[in-house]
Design a protein around this ligand. Structure first.
Ligand code: ADP
Ligand code: MG
Length: 339
C-alpha cells in the first residue's frame, strides 16, 4: 500500500515547507518568493494579471483526472489567459482548499504537475495559501505576466479584412471529456470492467493535460507580427469569435472547411454520434489561441504549421457567420448547431 500521511501530522506550515522545497525562482522579475508575508515582484513593462478558481465536481473530476495532470492543467489553463494578451508568463500563486480526503502524498502528487508546468513555462511559484475545505478540492490560481506597450493585444483591435487565425486543432478536449465520462459511467455500473480508451489517447490527453500556446507567442514575436486582437479558446470557437467581434465592433465570416480538427477527434466524434464541427465550435477547454492579423502580417505567418486561417473580419457587426462545406451560411451564435 502507498504511504498515507495526514495533513494534520505535518501541519499547515509543514505542508508549505514541503511545497517550498520543490520550487526555486528563475525570473529576475521575482524579488521575493514563498516564505514571507507576501511575494515581491518587479517589472519595467506592463504587469498582466489573471485569476481562475477551480472547484472539484464543477471544473474537474478526480475520478479520471490524475493529480499530476490536474496540477499541470490548472496552471496551463490560467496561463493561457496571459498568452491571449500576448504577454510573457512570470509568476503564479496557488491557493488550495483541502478536505481530509487529501493526504500529504496526494498534495505532493498535485504539485508534481505544478512543478512540471512551472518548468515548461519558465514561471516562478511565488506564494499561495492552504486552508481546510469541508468537501473536495478547491484550487485558486493567480498568474502574473509582463508585456510592453507595443506587444499588448486586446480583444478589441480586430479590423475589417483582417485574417482570423486559429492555432492547433479544436474540439479534441471536448471529445476527450466525453470518452472519460462514458468510461466513468461504465466503471460505476460495473467496477470490474477495463476502460475502453484505445485509439483515444490524443483526445484524452487534450482534456487532461492541455498546453498554453506560448510557443506561438514566441513565434509571432520572432516574425515581428503583433495580432490586432486575440483571445484563448476555452469555450469553443463560436463563442470566442463572437467575443472578439463584439469587443472590436466588427463582424466575421469563417469557413467550415478551414477549421482545424484532428483525425482522432473525427473518429471519436463519429463513435459518439456527435458532430466534430459542433465539438470545435461549441466544445471547450482546447486552450488554443484565436487571433486576427492584418493581411500583410498574415503573409509572414502563413508558413507556420500550427496556425490555420479560418476566415476574415467583415464590417457588419450583426454578421457573424459560418460558411458550411455545402456553401450554406449559418449564424455563428447558433448553439449546438449540427447536432
Ligand atoms: P500568512 O499567514 O501570512 O498568510 P502563510 O503561512 O499562509 O502566511 O504562508 C507563508 C508563505 O507560504 C507565504 O509566502 C505564502 O505565499 C506561502 N504559501 C502558503 N501556501 C502556499 C501554497 N499552497 N503554495 C505555495 N506557497 C504557499
Ligand atoms: Mg495564508
Amino acid at each position: 500500500m502507498t504511504q498515507r500521511t495526514e495533513i494534520g501530522q505535518v501541519g499547515e506550515f509543514g505542508l508549505i515547507q514541503i511545497i517550498k522545497e520543490k520550487f526555486s525562482n528563475r525570473n529576475s522579475e521575482t524579488v521575493l518568493g514563498i516564505g514571507d508575508d507576501a511575494a515581491v515582484l518587479k517589472s519595467a513593462d506592463n504587469i498582466v494579471h489573471s485569476t481562475e478558481l477551480y472547484i472539484e465536481g464543477i471544473h474537474f473530476d478526480l475520478a479520471y483526472s490524475p493529480l499530476p495532470h490536474l496540477g499541470y492543467k490548472l496552471i496551463s489553463a490560467a496561463l493561457s489567459d496571459l498568452a491571449a494578451m500576448n504577454a510573457l508568463p512570470k509568476q503564479v500563486t496557488l491557493g488550495l482548499g483541502l478536505s481530509n480526503r487529501f493526504s500529504v502524498e496526494s498534495v505532493e502528487s498535485f504539485y508534481e504537475g505544478v512543478q512540471q508546468a512551472c518548468e515548461e513555462y519558465k514561471v516562478d511559484l511565488v506564494g499561495g495559501d492552504v486552508t481546510a475545505s469541508p468537501t473536495g478540492l478547491l484550487v485558486s490560481v493567480n498568474v502574473v505576466g509582463t508585456v510592453d506597450e507595443e506587444h499588448l493585444v486586446k480583444r478589441s483591435g480586430a479590423k475589417v479584412n483582417d485574417v482570423i487565425c486559429v492555432t492547433g486543432d479544436l474540439g479534441a478536449a471536448f471529445m476527450g471529456l466525453q470518452a472519460l465520462e462514458r468510461e466513468k459511467q461504465v466503471f460505476l455500473a460495473n467496477p470490474g470492467m477495463q476502460p475502453e480508451l484505445e485509439g483515444k489517447s490524443y483526445v484524452i490527453m487534450r482534456q487532461l493535460k492541455p498546453s498554453a500556446r506560448f510557443d506561438i507567442i514566441h513565434e509571432l514575436r520572432s516574425l515581428g507580427v503583433v495580432p490586432t486582437s486575440m483571445i484563448d479558446c476555452s469555450d469553443g470557437l463560436s463563442s470566442e469569435i463572437i467575443h472578439l467581434c463584439n469587443a472590436s465592433g466588427v463582424g466575421a465570416r469563417i469557413f467550415e472547411k478551414n477549421i482545424p480538427i484532428d483525425d482522432e477527434t473525427y473518429l471519436v466524434a463519429t463513435e459518439f454520434n456527435f458532430s466534430p464541427l459542433t465539438a470545435a465550435l461549441n466544445g471547450g477547454e482546447d486552450y488554443e489561441l484565436v487571433f486576427t492579423v492584418s493581411q500583410k502580417d498574415y503573409e509572414k505567418i502563413s508558413k507556420l504549421a500550427d496556425v490555420a486561417a479560418v476566415g476574415f473580419i467583415t464590417s457588419d457587426p450583426s454578421e457573424k457567420i459560418l460558411v458550411l462545406k455545402s456553401e450554406q451560411v449559418v449564424p455563428l451564435s447558433a448553439p449546438g448547431f449540427g447536432q
